[in-house]
Design a protein around this ligand. Structure first.
Ligand code: AMP
Length: 356
């Protein structure tokens, strides 16, 4: 991995004149909206004219300028001109996915967050080491499909948005449906309700819910709307449908706002805290927004099936604030909170602590 020296990169930067940069996709409307509210210049990287047109449709979220490219990889040809604009890149899920994790790691521009987190969240074994090391409960992993005794979910590695995942209730069903040419993980299918918890961790400010170093905020939560699993029951039970060869899929199409019963919040904060503390031990610490993807069982216990260590699209329903962020500051979105962190760090000469 190419080592990016962030302090060197920042040497030539005019810290009073930062441009917030991201790719026009995923949560970019929110990110630009938040950055503009905090007084930043903004630049959107758009792959194709169509993207620009969509962003033109939302004046309050439209970036001040566009960088038009044919492919994501072309971004690499523009790093010098972006540096001249004092660009700080905010990576989101699509940015990392489309650019490719390896290329993203070598991107010679200051990016918000700790890039080291990428290898810990993208490798399912390392992710388990991290989350279980933090004391969180994950769904059980079934190493040998012969031991499938209750419903499991089979996840193909690298499959985005749950594409191709399937539920199996027995070894026979697994065998019938699995695509052996792909690598997969078999997980206990956890029965319960799903909550995707959106946190923000600052290593440079101590206020509110403080940790050993810095502090933690809960900004919002959502539930993903997944086709066809979330609506398939309109046609019949899953068992009935599977008999005629119709299998539910888990492809994310949108996000639904949600709040949680208040008595569960201590667990929510404790999980967030432990994940952050463990990240300090493992790789120098996560920075900024992250999301724990959870199922709450009827015993009111959380099972965490994934972590996403950057802004998630589930924060998009809250561009003008959520029932949680409103109790921190009116109209506070995750995008705006990220901009505030960059602004604060720039004024205190701490940018090297939140960028990598
Ligand atoms: P993932 O790609 O791991 O985020 O999973 C995609 C979707 O599959 C999630 O949003 C959930 O709806 C569902 N899912 C994943 N893991 C589990 C699990 N262990 N138990 C029940 N549902 C799950």
């Amino acid at each position: 991995m190419v080592q990016i020296n962030i302090s060197d990169l920042l040497k030539s930067y005019d810290k009073d004149n930062i441009t917030i940069v991201t790719v026009c996709s995923h949560s970019a409307l929110q990110l630009f909206h938040g950055a503009k509210k905090e007084g930043f210049k903004t630049l959107g990287i758009a792959v194709g004219e169509e993207r620009r047109k969509i962003f033109e449709a939302f004046p309050l979220a439209k970036p001040d300028e566009f960088l038009m490219v044919d492919t994501y990889k072309d971004i690499l040809d523009h790093t010098e001109e972006l540096k001249e604009k004092n660009a700080v890149v905010i990576p989101h899920g699509s940015f990392v996915e489309y650019l490719g994790a390896d290329t993203f790691l070598t991107l010679d521009l200051p990016t918000f967050g700790n890039r080291k987190v990428l290898s810990w969240e993208s490798d399912r074994n390392k992710e388990r080491t991290w989350l279980e090391g933090a004391g969180l409960t994950m769904p059980k992993e079934i190493k040998d499909p012969h031991f499938i005794e209750s419903p499991v979910i089979v996840k193909y590695h690298g499959a985005k948005g749950g594409k191709g995942f399937f539920i199996a209730k027995s070894y026979e069903e697994f065998k019938r449906r699995v695509d052996k040419s792909k690598t997969y993980t078999i997980q206990e299918f956890v029965m319960g309700t799903r909550y995707y918890l959106h946190y923000f961790y600052t290593p440079i400010q101590d206020q509110g819910y403080t940790l050993k170093k810095g502090s933690l905020q809960l900004l919002s939560m959502d539930r993903r709307d997944e086709t066809t699993i979330d609506e398939v029951q309109r046609l019949g039970s899953i068992a009935e449908l599977e008999e005629i060869g119709i299998h539910p899929t888990f492809v994310v199409t949108g996000n639904i706002p949600i709040v949680m019963r208040e008595s569960l919040l201590p667990k929510v904060f404790s999980m967030g805290e432990r994940v952050v503390e463990e990240s300090h031990k493992l790789f120098g610490g996560m920075i900024g927004s992250f999301c724990l993807e959870t199922v709450v069982t009827d015993q009111l216990e959380f099972k965490v099936f994934e972590i996403s260590a950057r802004i998630v699209a589930g924060t998009n329903p809250y561009i003008t604030g959520s029932p949680y962020s409103a109790l921190i500051e009116p109209e506070l979105s995750t995008g705006r909170r990220i901009a505030q962190e960059i602004k604060y760090a720039a004024t205190k000469n701490l940018l090297h602590k939140i960028l990598s």
